[in-house]
Design a protein around this ligand. Structure first.
Ligand code: NDP
Length: 263
């Protein structure tokens, strides 16, 4: 088998696909010939992002659907809109559950509302469940779900040597979502649905832009490759896991962390 990734006539959903890592994933799927529906929460520029991609890749289909992934009813409606948007014959081939939030706050101060497992865990579950239900209903046996977790599923981030970053909600939510994905992989394997995880290290986006320069410098110095990742460097493993080349991979967690987990 020649190792090329060809997503021509294939349809994908990327949650949070309008900016940051999600946008890099959307663009990479587009470059491989695929069509993408971007699910976004509230950025008013998301429809323009999709329109820009349609201009750049005129033979392909891109559209943005507003959908807060914490709202299960809305997730169901959004899936209907996506399937209609791709056309009934088109179907759905893969889903990237990328949307997520982070907060840096002392564990003594953080409140229940800020402890947003609803987005980072439940939202991923709602999206994955909606995709799996659709594939079971349509008897499609090659569906692939990629969950964007974090190297924080394994470690406790620091802001300086032996100084916690105060990421108690975020790190625990990523440990939970990695476990969630492995459970789903096991349950849905008999349906031919694969569920895998890509866990980035430090990536240059708005989410990581909150760190003070000294914290960022500490992070960069801690990583064996000595720098943050660009969003597009997260895309190749995601495309691989969406493609038929990873037909024997499910329940795996791929770390794209510049070597950080060596330590
Ligand atoms: P950004 O903050 O740049 O973008 C977040 C995206 O998620 C936006 O598109 C946002 O939509 C969307 N989103 C957030 N909440 C919801 C929701 N409730 N419903 C629908 N969409 C939502 O994040 P990154 O690109 O940095 O991160 C993407 C993923 O990668 C996250 O899961 C993050 O935890 C993970 N990650 C990031 C790392 C980093 O260093 N940046 C490191 C490791 C993992 P909108 O624009 O409408 O607000």
């Amino acid at each position: 088998m020649v190792f090329t990734i060809d997503f021509k006539n294939k349809n994908f959903i990327v949650t949070g696909g309008n900016r940051g890592i999600g946008l890099a994933l959307t663009r990479s799927i587009a470059q491989a010939g695929g069509n993408v529906s971007i699910l976004y929460r509230s950025s008013s520029s998301a429809p323009q992002v999709a329109q820009g991609l349609e201009k750049e890749f005129p033979r392909q289909r891109f559209f943005a659907v507003q959908c807060d992934v914490t709202d299960q009813k809305r997730v169901g409606e959004a899936f209907e809109e996506v399937v209609q948007g791709f056309g009934k014959e088109g179907g759905l081939h893969g889903v990237v559950a990328n949307a997520g939030v982070a907060i840096v706050k002392d564990a003594l101060e953080v409140g229940g509302e800020e402890f947003d497992y609803r987005t980072n865990v439940l939202g991923v579950f709602y999206i994955a469940q909606a995709a799996a239900k659709y594939w079971v209903k349509t008897k499609f046996t090659e569906g692939s779900i990629v969950v964007i977790s974090s190297m924080s599923s394994q470690i406790y981030n620091q802001s300086a040597l032996n100084e916690p970053l105060r990421h108690v909600f975020y790190n625990s939510s990523k440990a939970a979502v990695s476990s969630l994905a492995k459970n789903l992989a096991a349950e849905w394997a008999p349906h031919g649905i694969r569920v895998n995880i890509v866990s980035p290290g430090y990536v240059e986006t708005e989410q990581s832009g909150v760190h003070a320069p000294a914290v960022r410098k500490f992070h960069e110095d801690s990583v064996p490759l000595r720098r943050y990742s660009q969003p597009k460097e997260q895309a190749p493993p995601v495309l691989l896991l969406l493609s038929e080349h990873s037909s024997y991979m499910t329940g795996s967690e791929v770390f794209v962390d510049g070597g950080m987990l060596i330590w």
